[in-house]
Design a protein around this ligand. Structure first.
Ligand code: ATP
Ligand code: MG
Ligand code: FE
Length: 349
């Protein structure tokens, strides 16, 4: 199976070609990501209208380049996978429509992929991440602990009750004057900082569940930003924020590991999503996994933030099971990964 993946749910226009072998191993033949960061930087965040227009302009050349880089023509492609949500619906429609047109024109099966499922399988690109595994999904819009038994077989163990971890990074980074996107910039600033200098609140203390909360931390950080005078002050605050986010992610994941270990003998912890690119967070989680007898895996850095290889991987896994989507599949601005979440509290998804 050689699948073309298309991703346009936020501010990256991406296309990739992934080959899924009979042995279940996949190989990324190409992965092209056109980031719109510069288009949105003056506004301090993603502007949906600008994003949609930019996707329209770049989708065709991005797909052509992915095919060229992979060294396969359209004749070598066996399926088209496109993100159908969740995300900014104007952008999702651009990639999904392009995928539908390509599938129709070439007589190929279409797979409409949940963007979060893409993140969920991203660690399977090249690395050893057999099902089932415990997943910490930490991205710009989501912060969840999930039990993943296969594509479409997901149970949610916990989720944020307010902001996502990436959102907290971005908003605090913005307050620190670091621009957008803030996560990578805050990580760089934190390198020269002392994480012990500022005290930040610990969220949901005493609660036994696996939920997250970052709004108290965010508010406290905003107040402390006002007291910062020197570059060293700001670096110390960045380090404290990063440590506090890492600590909360690690504490809740430790609870989830204890819970998960009661049901599964194969103990694997996977972290995925943009925030999984953070080295401090990866290291804390890896150490925690070791303490709980879990193996630890994270995608290569390039496949943590949005990309189309993960969409192609999810599509390929579904195609391999004989699935395909209707050609009139709709773009879904909201689309929880697990069915229970679709019925229960939508604001936590
Ligand atoms: P979602 O996947 O939930 O729809 P998204 O697609 O916008 O949201 P991703 O592309 O997965 O999110 O991740 C982007 C987020 O990851 C941003 O919030 C960004 O600040 C954060 N991020 C990226 N790199 C780092 C890093 N090194 N440290 C911390 N955060 C990071
Ligand atoms: Mg992005
Ligand atoms: Fe994402």
């Amino acid at each position: 199976l050689i699948v073309l993946g298309i991703e346009t749910s936020c501010d990256e226009t991406a296309a990739a070609v992934v080959r899924l072998g009979r042995d279940g191993r996949s190989e990324v033949l190409s992965s092209v990501v056109h980031s719109q960061t510069e288009d949105h930087a003056p506004f301090g965040g993603v502007v949906p209208e600008i994003a949609a227009r930019s996707h329209v302009e770049t989708i065709a050349p991005t797909v052509e380049r992915a095919l060229a880089d992979a060294g396969v023509g359209w004749d070598g492609i066996t399926g088209v996978a496109a993100t159908a949500g969740p995300g900014l619906v104007g952008g999702v429609m651009v990639g999904l429509s392009f995928g539908k047109a390509a599938a129709l024109a070439r007589g190929l099966p279409l797979i409409a992929v949940n963007h979060l499922e893409g993140h969920a399988v991203s660690a399977r690109l090249g690395a050893e991440a057999p099902y089932p595994f415990l997943l910490l999904l930490v991205s710009g819009g989501h912060c969840q602990l999930l039990e993943v038994r296969g594509v479409g077989e997901v149970t949610r163990l916990g989720a944020t009750i307010d902001d996502a971890a990436g959102e907290a990074f971005d908003k605090i980074a913005k307050a620190l004057g670091l621009g957008y996107p803030g996560g990578p910039a805050l990580e760089r600033l934190a390198e020269g900082g002392d994480p012990a200098r500022f005290e930040l609140p610990r969220a949901l203390l005493g609660r036994k569940d696996m939920d997250f909360s970052f709004s108290g931390l965010k508010t406290a950080a905003f107040r402390l930003v006002e007291t910062c005078e020197t570059d060293q002050d700001r670096a110390d605050l960045a380090a404290a924020v990063q440590a506090a986010i890492a600590r909360q992610l690690t504490e809740r994941t430790e609870r989830a590991m204890a819970d998960y270990a009661q049901r599964h003998d194969h103990r694997l912890l996977v972290v995925a999503g943009g925030v999984a690119a953070n080295r401090t967070i990866r290291a804390r989680l890896e150490a925690a996994a070791g303490r709980h007898g879990f193996r630890f895996t994270a995608p290569p850095l390039a496949f943590c933030t949005d990309n189309a290889a993960m969409i192609a991987q999810a599509g390929a896994e579904r195609l391999a099971r004989g699935e395909r989507s209707d050609i009139d599949a709709v773009a879904r601005p909201r689309w929880p990964l697990d069915e229970a979440a679709a019925l229960a509290a939508p604001s936590h998804a």
